[in-house]
Design a protein around this ligand. Sequence first.
Ligand code: A3P
Length: 324
Amino acid sequence: GDHEVACVNSTSDMIISALPSQRGWTTSELKQFQGFWLDDWVMPGVLSLQEKFCGKSDHVVLTSSPKSGTTWLKALLFSITNRSSYKFDDAVDDGNPLLSRNPHVSVPYIDFNATEHLDDPNPDLSLLSTHLPYSLLPKSMIESGCRFVHVMREPKDLFISLWHFAVELRKARDQPTLPLDDAFDMFCNGLSQYGPYWDYELEYWNASLKCPDKFCIMTYEDLMKRPDYNVRKLASFIEKPFTAAEEDEGVVEAIVTFCSFDKLSNLEVNRTKTSSLRKAHVVPNKVLFRKATIGDWKNYLIDKQRERIDQTTYQKFQGTDLLD
Ligand code: A3P
């Protein structure tokens, strides 16, 4: 009853207020929870998720550190999964939700209190997504034997993307800007959303070594270079490989084009509307689409900064395939 709910809330409030805390990148503080830094406003959802989430073996869970290409993968996975229903022609409104809503609505984050924010009448509930590190995933998800699609991005580009995102959100909320050098130190010290970035990636990498058939690991860079190849790989991974007829009709190419940065970022919904990833966390869709290039860090980082990030990456990822 009500009493029980009140107790649960105050217990979680107590847990959260006892966590180590640091100034965050946007309006929120970062809380350190079991080795990772999470925005304070995601914490209540994370705690209730660990208790209440119900895993299913047919779930496909997209996992990513923020700014790795999550929005893109959401569009691709939704399109691959629901491809029999839509034409992937942005000139024809065939009811494809990606034409009228941001991809984050169709493939919801579970971090932010499961489905409370869903306003899409037809989300594909077999597709889920989370920024949570592997060790913070609900037990029932891991035990369900579900599949994970994990996307990674080169850390210097990821950092530059993350910094711009914070700057834009601050602007939208009339807050003073965040100097690049401050953000850089925070990132290298592990103080970023769901960071340390390197520990985050190592956890997923190690999990994938234990259950290789449950993981499909992608990189932003390889997706840019070989989108068609990767779309076929994703389809096979979720056990919906493209048929010969679909190949003849050019469905792969249609999905790749439809989900491309140029197409998605130019849709009216993504230029002018906002999405609420959770009720209190409203994001203008256009900040999810910036430049989408490889190596943009060269326009921002000085040599000393490049060296520092690269050295950390080398030390942390040594002995894994993640350095390739
Ligand atoms: P940049 O800031 O480098 O441009 P996420 O979706 O995980 O938040 O990642 C955001 C990054 O992905 C941004 O990178 C954004 O521009 C880029 N992006 C968004 N949609 C994309 C798409 N359809 N194709 C390629 N990159 C995309």
